[in-house]
Each structure stands twice: as C-alpha cells, then as structure tokens.
Ligand binder design. Structure first.
Ligand code: ACO
Length: 427
C-alpha cells in the first residue's frame, strides 16, 4: 500500500499523505489541502471524516469488534469493573491494585454534593427532564471546584475525573428523589459505585432496603459496556468544546446535551416506549413484526440494527445473558418484559431480520435490565451518560495531551450572492 494518494485538481496533480492506523485502517490526510489548493472536502454528517487520531477505542463494525485501549470488551465485561475500566480508558493502562484502590476511594469520597448544591434541585419542576438537570448540575458543580478547574497537571485531572465520576451518580439519584418530593440521599463511601447509586435511588423510606449485589453487578456491566465508543456525536461534542480550552466539567456537560437527542442516547428509552405502545394497542408480536417489515408502515423495531455494527453488536451479546439472569432472578410480573422476550425470539427467527443482520443491539437489553430494576424510562439516557463519562474524560485528556488546535470545520456556502440592504419602506 502506498503512503501517498494522488488527486488531480484543475488539471494539476496533488499528492496527499496516507495515514495507516494500528489495525491497518487507511486515511487520506487532507489537512494541508486547502492551504495548497484552495479546495476543502465536503462530508455532510462526517460519515467519511476522521476528526482526529485517537488511541482510546477501536471498533470494527463489520466484524463486531470493540476494544478499549486494545483490550476486547468481552474480557473487560467478564473480568473488570466500571472504575477499573474507567482508569484504563482514561489513562491507557490497567491500574495497579494501589492505583485502583486510591482512585476508587477518591471517586467515592468525592461523590457527595455540597449542601448548597442540593438546593438547586428544589428549583427544578417535578417533570423537568433529568438530562437537563444532569447537564445543568455538572456545570454548577464546577462553580464549587475552582481549585481544580484551571490546572491540567496529572493530579488535577485525576481529581477532576474522580469528582465528575462520583458526583454524576449522586446528581442522577438526587434528581429522581427531588422530582418525587423526597429528600436527597448522599452517598455512602463504604459502598461500591453501582451499589451506591442503587442505594441513593431506592433506599428512600425503606429501612430494610439492601442493595442486591447481582443487580448492582448488572448495572456495573452496563456502565462498562458504555464506557467509550470512539467519535460518536456526544464524544465529538466533548472534543469540540474541549478544543476551545473549556474545562472538563463544561465539556462533559455539553456531551450530556448531545447524548440527550433521541437519535443518540435516546434509543434505549425508545425501546421501552415501543413495548408500551405494543402493550397498550393490544397488537400481537407477530403482527408488530409484520409491520416492522413493511416499509410503508413507518415502523422499525426499536433496539434492532446498528449504524456501525453490521454484525452482532458485541455489547448486546455480552449483556443478553445478564438480562436473562436478572429477569429470571427478579421474577417480575411485567407484561412489557414478556413482550420484549417474545419480540426478541420472533425477530431472531425471522429471515427479514437475519438476512439484513438486524440483531438486538445493546440498547434493547440495557433498556430491559433497567426497566426490571426499577429505573424510570426518562432516566435511561442518564444511565448511559454515567457509563460514557470515562470516555468523555479520556477524549478531553487526549485532546489536551495532543495539544490540538481549536476545532473549526469549514463549509460550502450555498446562500444568496452579495446583494444590497433594502430600506424598510421599500420591502
Ligand atoms: N426494523 C426494521 N427494519 C430495519 C431496522 C429495524 N430496526 N433497521 C434497519 N432495517 C432495515 C431497513 O429498512 C433496510 O431495509 P432494506 O435493505 O430492505 O431497505 C435495512 O434494514 C438496512 O437498514 P439501514 O437503514 O440502511 O440501516 P442503518 O445502518 O442506516 O440504520 C439504525 C441503523 C438507524 C440503527 C436502524 O437499524 C434503526 O433504525 N434501528 C432502530 C433504532 C435503534 O435501535 N437505534 C439504536 C442504535 S444503537 C445506538 O445508537 C447505541
């Protein structure tokens, strides 16, 4: 393979470098094209654009591969924990025992919210969206963290990462409790990360409440599976905001806003909405599948198919067993979960879905698990945001380490050519 690509522009030959990644992916480096030729490239929606070089996550959608820092997601799901994976994603290597213990303690000690911050939850309306509150509160937290806001040395970044990872769980549980008019529960540093979240969410008014460790492990697994997914919409947003020099909290608050959109983080909630509508309408699973196959119906099976994974979503393969285990264990009598299982079996056996490689994706199973453990649908995307936090932090840090320039794409202007201002009385 050549290390140069040849273009011809206005009859003149141009050579541009070819960049080869670790896994033999090839890219044409056009960073000097405009300076040399006056041309830019146009790639609406960035589907063909590599926006950076990154050493964090590798995906091969055709083969169904996902690796963080080179380690297959299957191994991390089986052997790691969320905070260990977070360390790996952010710092690039698995932590030593001392590093992991130190970081875990730092995260949990910093999960507590300043008493003044708790008052902000009183001012949100009960039906305010928890993603709006999460983004607002991440920015608000930064007002109380001035000591670490401006430094970029390793200790500051570790401290900022720990505070962010710790506090997002507390913010999420606080917005849930406050919306119901209940007091906010602060974290207990003696508990694990996912255990703490469940305790803050569900122990309210229940003296006998004990976190079920299998449920906490399932939630921890969901976080591990969401920890990074390279240059998706929210991560690219974090990098874009970070490139202006914005601090970690501001950049991740922007990531939350990008993730909020239904085309991105909202898919797991869409799965539950669809199950709800199937249940309410009384349509059979067989008929619903027929509708999803009919292109004129406008119906798609939510939680099936993936833009990147044209094979099985490797995260879905991992999480399916956990979803089965949690549903069997909790013995929940929930018609939506019964419909989900029927839908999954019917679609997996149907040639329309098989021929198009439309398998259940991670959102299908994570939505089912979260429903089973009692997390309300409007918080599903918040759970995704908590899980994605290590990725956003890692990309913020990588961009700073790379001393990247401010991100500033160009455009092809298609508006009106120059014309004169027309006075009001002549319009
Ligand atoms: N239900 C029914 N048919 C589908 C579905 C589906 N969920 N997904 C794709 N198809 C069909 C398409 O109609 C098309 O059929 P055709 O070849 O006969 O025309 C074929 O499968 C290929 O579909 P595309 O739209 O080309 O696939 P694309 O990669 O563009 O879309 C997407 C991927 C958007 C995820 C799609 O599968 C979809 O809408 N799924 C449901 C929504 C969903 O679950 N989104 C979450 C994705 S995961 C995530 O974001 C973390």
């Amino acid at each position: 393979m050549t290390d140069k690509a040849k273009l011809e522009l206005n009859g003149k030959p141009i050579e541009v470098p070819v960049i080869v990644g670790t896994e033999d992916e090839h890219a044409i480096d056009i960073s000097e094209l405009r300076a040399k030729t006056g041309f830019i490239t146009l790639d609406d929606g960035y589907g063909n654009t590599g926006s950076c070089k990154s050493a964090i996550t590798y995906i091969d959608g055709e083969k169904g591969i996902l690796r963080y820092r080179g380690i297959p997601i299957e191994q991390l799901a089986a052997k790691s924990s969320f905070l260990e994976t977070a360390w790996l994603v952010i710092w690039g290597e698995l932590p030593t025992r001392a590093q992991l213990d130190g970081f875990t303690a730092l995260v949990l000690e910093n999960a507590r919210l300043h008493e003044n911050l708790l008052r902000h939850f009183e001012s949100f309306p009960a039906n305010g969206h928890p993603m709006a509150e999460l983004s607002a509160m991440i920015n608000t937290v930064s007002c109380y963290e001035l000591d670490i806001m401006n430094g970029e040395d390793a200790k500051n970044i570790e401290s900022a990462a720990a505070r962010l990872l710790g506090k997002v769980c507390t913010i999420a549980a606080a917005s849930y409790n406050a919306a119901q008019g209940k007091p906010i529960i602060q974290p207990d540093p003696a508990l694990g990360y996912a255990d703490n979240f469940l305790q803050m969410m569900f122990s309210q008014g229940r003296k006998d409440y004990r976190v079920d460790h299998e449920v906490a492990a399932a939630l921890d697994l969901i976080f591990v599976l969401h920890a990074d997914h390279e240059q998706n919409c929210s991560t690219s947003t974090v990098r874009m905001v970070a490139s202006s020099g914005a601090n970690l909290f501001a950049s991740c608050a922007a990531g939350v806003c990008a993730l909020w959109g239904p085309l991105h983080g909202g898919a797991n909630a869409a799965v539950l909405d669809q199950l709800e509508s199937i249940h309410k309408s009384g349509v059979t699973v067989k008929d619903y599948i027929a509708r999803a196959k009919d292109k004129t119906s406008g119906v798609r099976l939510m939680g099936f198919g993936h833009r990147v994974y044209k094979n099985y979503d490797p995260r879905a393969k991992i999480i399916k067993a956990t979803a089965d285990r949690i549903l069997d264990k909790l013995h929940i009598n929930d018609p939506l979960l019964d419909i989900a299982r029927e839908l999954e079996a019917a679609a997996l056996a149907d040639s329309y879905f098989k021929d198009r490689s439309l398998y259940p994706n991670v959102d299908f199973y994570s939505g089912i698990i979260m429903r089973a453990i009692g997390i309300p649908v409007n918080m599903f995307t918040v759970m995704f945001a908590i899980g994605r936090m290590p990725g956003w932090i890692a990309h913020w840090k990588e961009l700073h380490d790379q001393k990247s320039r401010i991100y500033r794409p160009r455009q092809v202007y298609i508006g009106k050519p120059i014309r004169d201002y027309v006075a009001m009385e002549s319009r």
